[in-house]
Design a binder for this molecule. Structure first.
Ligand SMILES: NC(=O)c1ccc[n+]([C@@H]2O[C@H](COP(=O)([O-])OP(=O)(O)OC[C@H]3O[C@@H](n4cnc5c(N)ncnc54)[C@H](OP(=O)(O)O)[C@@H]3O)[C@@H](O)[C@H]2O)c1
Length: 270
């Protein structure tokens, strides 16, 4: 049986790095994806020889295509869509180009990789899309970022439902403030008790589960909705005895008497 494989985006620092470090302990061989080769090499040297890295800028079509191809060629059991970027500042004071680059990384890359992953996913596999609590809190100064995370959360919820019959688990992970180098939010003013460590966050995400056999003859990548029929209505069944009336039925409400003109009076107006 082959080893479980996890592909983690943005693992050179912060939350992604913690995912990449923790997953080997739970049996995964990690493929780490980020733009900076030096950081990736340091990480993989630390993890060991069964782990690998791929250099890719996921804000570009080429970078997304490279990793989508990788997912198609080398099957993965877990995809952690973690890489994300934010540009701070009032919307009109940041460039449209920066906003669109953030959307390419936070949304387009998530969709592209999720699509490639789910096309090959087997029962027991898992997709984790790292979103944010900002998905629920449109934030001035982070308008595009919080909107992009609302997209990731909404997408993840719908995919969770779609993938249930296939037994592929989808999670939209919404961290609150997490102590990482990047500090997507300015954590300086926050109460220390509100800031979690990446380790505490990653511990809440799902670990490996033994692959279950496909059910109902589903093939890999095939997904079907199972709709339960409502139970047939009972016919010619004697009515159940009425429970004793403990509460006197309420008196029907009288319509409130309206001051002013009656319908007849209005009709009389020439
Ligand atoms: N920290 C928080 O408080 C917090 C809260 C809620 C949600 N989140 C979410 O958690 C995720 C990780 O956050 P973090 O704080 O751990 O971030 P981080 O420390 O800044 O790490 C970001 C990672 O993404 C990679 N990356 C950046 N641009 C990329 C690109 N164009 N293509 C591929 N990879 C790219 C970086 O690689 P390089 O090192 O090579 O640039 C790095 O590995 C993000 O999606 C973020 O929105 C964070």
């Amino acid at each position: 049986m082959r080893a479980l494989r996890a592909l983690v985006t943005g693992p050179s620092t912060g939350i992604g790095r913690t995912f990449a470090r923790e997953r080997p302990a739970t049996g995964y061989a990690v493929t780490a994806v980020a733009p900076s080769k030096d950081r990736l090499r340091t990480l993989v040297d630390e993890l060991g020889s069964s782990h690998r890295y791929l250099v890719a800028d996921l804000a570009t079509t080429d970078g997304q295509g490279l990793i989508a191809d990788e997912l198609a060629r080398h099957l993965a059991d877990l995809l952690v869509n973690n890489a994300g970027a934010a540009h701070h500042g009032p919307f009109t004071e940041t460039t449209a180009r920066d906003a669109l680059t953030a959307i390419r990384l936070n949304c387009e890359a998530v969709v592209t990789l999720a699509h490639a992953f789910l096309a090959q996913a087997r029962p027991g596999d898992a997709l984790i899309n790292v979103s944010s609590t900002l998905a629920y809190a449109p934030t001035p100064g982070l308008a595009v970022h919080s909107a992009s995370k609302a997209f990731v959360t909404s997408l993840s919820k719908a995919l969770w439902h779609e993938q249930r019959p296939c037994r592929v688990y989808v999670m939209g992970l919404c961290p609150g403030m997490t102590a990482t180098d990047s500090q997507f939010l300015s954590h300086e003013d926050a109460t220390a008790a509100l800031i979690q460590t990446p380790e505490a966050l990653v511990a809440a995400a799902p670990g490996p589960r033994p692959p279950r056999p496909p059910h109902c003859g589903l093939r890999q990548g095939e997904c079907r909705l199972h709709l339960r029929r409502p139970p047939a209505a009972p016919q010619n069944r004697p009515r159940a005895a009425q429970p004793p009336a403990l509460i006197r039925p309420a008196r029907p409400l009288r319509p409130p008497e309206r001051p002013g003109k009656t319908v007849q009076q209005i009709a009389d107006i020439p």
